[in-house]
Design a protein around this ligand. Structure first.
Ligand code: DO4
Ligand code: MG
Length: 284
């Protein structure tokens, strides 16, 4: 059981997805539930969704369905250097500042940064971008937490933290430019509520990059490789901050392609996370 948003008749419609079928939810039935975020923040999202289902509504197959990023008004934040693979890759790319990556990997305080605002998020199926002034660009496939305004993790989705490795490697003070630019963050397509997510440590993340009809890169990791818990990342994000609309938090990458790999325009990036689905975007 998952939730998402589809585009229908020029409007975003919240849907409940089960066994390959999407059922539209009638949000008029419950004045307290106006958005997907409200639904996820409900005490029992699955029951609440059931109450919003019209017995006459048709369930449609997912094939060809145009999913939107399942984001409402939340800010999108990201954590970094939460996997050893990311720490090592960054130490190698940024000679002068290598020590800071080791320090942040082992420190109690995680690296957290604002990644995107809702209007900047690229929808599933739409193209993400690489910067024209970057020479070394990669996607970062990341489990993404959906967090309520009270700081509770209410669901999980998929995020792509597109990154310019050469810009970050030149000087870590350039991180905002390496990370936050037009088309640098895609999220979706579905949100799995916490109650329906498999045991996190067994969850596999897979990145597949196709170039033409060849596989340009393929890699996997599991959430067991993450050096921090999702709860502690959410807790740090909410320390001394408030998120009246809730927040989404990308939890860092454990998959980094080899140093001779850079994304090219026309590449096709697929990120699959067990229990959630596949986020697919082309590169503009
Ligand atoms: O330290 C820079 C960013 C790290 C990051 O985005 C990641 O590890 O996923
Ligand atoms: Mg990242």
């Amino acid at each position: 059981m998952k939730f998402g948003k589809i585009r229908r008749g020029g409007l975003d419609t919240v849907v409940m997805v089960d066994r390959g079928l999407a059922v539209p939810l009638d949000m008029e039935r419950n004045p307290a539930v106006k958005s997907l975020a409200d639904l996820l923040n409900a005490v029992d999202p699955v029951k609440t969704a059931g109450d919003l289902t019209d017995a006459m509504a048709t369930a449609d197959p997912l094939d060809g369905m145009m999913f939107r990023a399942p984001v409402d008004q939340q800010e999108i934040w990201a954590a970094g250097v939460t996997y050893k693979r990311s720490k090592i890759a960054r130490e190698e790319e940024s000679v002068g500042a290598a020590q800071f990556y080791d320090k942040v990997y082992t420190a109690p305080r995680p690296e957290l940064f604002l990644k995107a605002t809702p209007s900047r998020v690229v929808h599933p199926g739409q193209p993400v971008r690489i910067r024209a002034d970057a020479t070394w660009s990669v996607p970062e496939p990341e489990l993404t937490l959906v967090i309520s305004p009270a700081g509770k993790i209410v669901g999980y989705t998929i995020g792509n933290d597109m990154s310019s490795r050469d810009i970050e490697g030149e000087n870590p003070l350039y991180l905002p430019q390496a990370k936050i630019y037009k088309g640098s963050c895609s999220i979706g397509p579905l949100i799995t509520p916490v109650s329906h997510m498999p045991e996190l440590s067994s969850v596999e993340i897979r990145l597949l990059i196709r170039r033409g009809n060849k596989i340009a890169f393929e890699g996997t990791t599991t959430l067991a490789q993450m050096a921090r818990t999702v709860e502690s990342l959410a807790e740090w994000l909410f320390k001394e901050n408030e998120f009246p609309n809730g927040a989404m938090l990308l939890t860092g990458t454990g998959i980094v392609p080899p140093d001779n790999f850079t994304l090219a325009s026309g590449d096709d990036v697929s990120i699959t996370i067990a229990g959630i689905g596949t986020l697919r975007n082309s590169v503009a």
